[in-house]
Design a protein around this ligand. Structure first.
Ligand SMILES: [Cu+2]
Length: 153
């Protein structure tokens, strides 16, 4: 019965509301999303927030997805007025705090896309945290340019 109700709810809910939160240990990965890419685009990016309800700090140390040849953790830095991307080794998730990946800041870079990301599509993204371990989330692809400006490489 519960399953039926859930199915009915999901059928009625708008696509944007389907963004799936996922939990691993004390960490909650919230609303993973991405943006549709142009046919010619080599790279895409993924964004989400990680909330840490635990008493220990954690770190996101890697990400992987079947949609890209390679995945890196990136941040944007302001280099004398020019926004540039830098690879980072890890993204800190403080105890009782959160890490927010969003356009213009920290993001997961999907490099060497095997196919363009299409609006409305979902794809898996596997995140590995130093302490909490590994979790795979479903990333919802939104409109091109959704959520503000993003740098190109
Ligand atoms: Cu990047």
């Amino acid at each position: 019965m519960k399953k039926l109700l859930l199915a009915a709810f999901l059928a009625l809910a708008p696509a944007a509301a389907l963004a799936a939160d996922a939990t691993v240990g004390p960490l909650k990965v919230e609303q993973p999303w991405s943006r549709a890419t142009a046919a010619s685009a080599q790279n895409g990016s993924a964004y989400f927030a990680v909330r840490n309800t635990g008493a220990q700090p954690d770190r996101l140390i890697s990400a992987a997805s079947t949609v890209a040849a390679r995945t890196e953790l990136h941040t944007n830095i302001d280099d004398n007025g020019v926004m540039k991307m830098r690879q980072v080794a890890a993204i800190d998730v403080p105890a009782g705090g959160e890490a927010v990946l969003k356009p213009g800041g920290l993001h997961v870079m999907l490099m060497g896309l095997k196919a363009p990301l299409a609006e409305g599509q979902k794809f898996p993204l596997t995140l590995t945290f130093e302490r909490a371990g590994t979790v795979t989330v479903d990333v919802m692809v939104g409109k091109p340019g959704a959520g503000g400006a993003h740098m190109t490489h």
